[in-house]
Design a protein around this ligand. Structure first.
Ligand SMILES: C[S@@+](CC[C@H](N)C(=O)[O-])C[C@H]1O[C@@H](n2cnc3c(N)ncnc32)[C@H](O)[C@@H]1O
Length: 195
């Protein structure tokens, strides 16, 4: 499904970074960043341009090829990993920051990935995440069509044990991030730090 979507000539979510990430990238500690479910690479490429060492992970090789093309276009380097988050090992105290932008996963996979994020962050490492909430259902402005893939602030608090929540908010905002995400949307935004 994702390969087919990304086989379009244009960048489905655009070439510019997610607005929440761009507004808060200064809060990420310098170093190694893992971008989960990063698709065509707009966020990874942006962070590389800010001086981070970035690895973009996604299960779509077509998306990751476009991510490397975007990196070359912007004159930066990123690493890519083509993997399914259901199986990928995030590592132990490996990352200074983990970024997840609209990385909607089936509940069992999501719980497992989220449970492993605190251990994968270095002490002082930061998770930055934006996702659609169940309020997004039926809006027609982007996001998954299945409510099971959507998350609330309460779910994030429950499923990310051991992190200090610096910012956790459900809100409405205008999302204009490629043809795939355009219009008023219900999102949850999170910045959390490993003590
Ligand atoms: C809505 S797109 C978001 C892409 C990117 N984060 C962005 O903001 O432009 C969701 C991405 O999740 C990826 N994805 C879905 N399930 C995945 C899984 N199990 N493992 C890795 N990536 C996955 C898809 O390939 C797709 O690129």
């Amino acid at each position: 499904m994702w390969d087919e979507k990304y086989s379009a000539q244009h960048y489905v979510y655009g070439k510019e970074p997610n607005a929440f990430l761009a507004a808060h990238a200064v809060e990420l500690p310098p170093g190694e960043v893992l971008c989960l479910a990063e698709g065509e690479g707009r966020n990874a490429v942006y962070l590389a341009g800010q001086g981070f060492n970035v690895t973009a992970l996604d299960l779509s090789p077509v998306g990751l090829d476009k991510a490397q093309r975007l990196a070359a276009e912007k004159g930066v380097e990123i690493d890519t990993i083509c993997a399914d988050l259901a199986e990928f090992k995030l590592g132990s105290a490996r990352w200074d920051a983990i970024v997840s932008i609209f990385g909607h996963l089936p509940p069992d996979v999501r719980r497992q990935v989220y449970a492993n994020i605190p251990g994968a962050l270095k002490p002082g490492g930061v998770l930055l995440l934006e996702a659609y909430t169940p309020e997004q259902m039926g809006r027609g402005t982007g996001g998954p069509r299945s409510v099971d893939l959507l998350v609330t602030a309460a779910m994030l608090r429950d499923e990310l044990p051991g992190l200090e929540f610096l910012h956790l908010e459900e809100r409405e905002r205008e999302v204009v991030e490629g043809a795939g995400h355009t219009g008023l949307a219900s999102v949850v935004q999170l910045i959390a730090r490993k003590p």
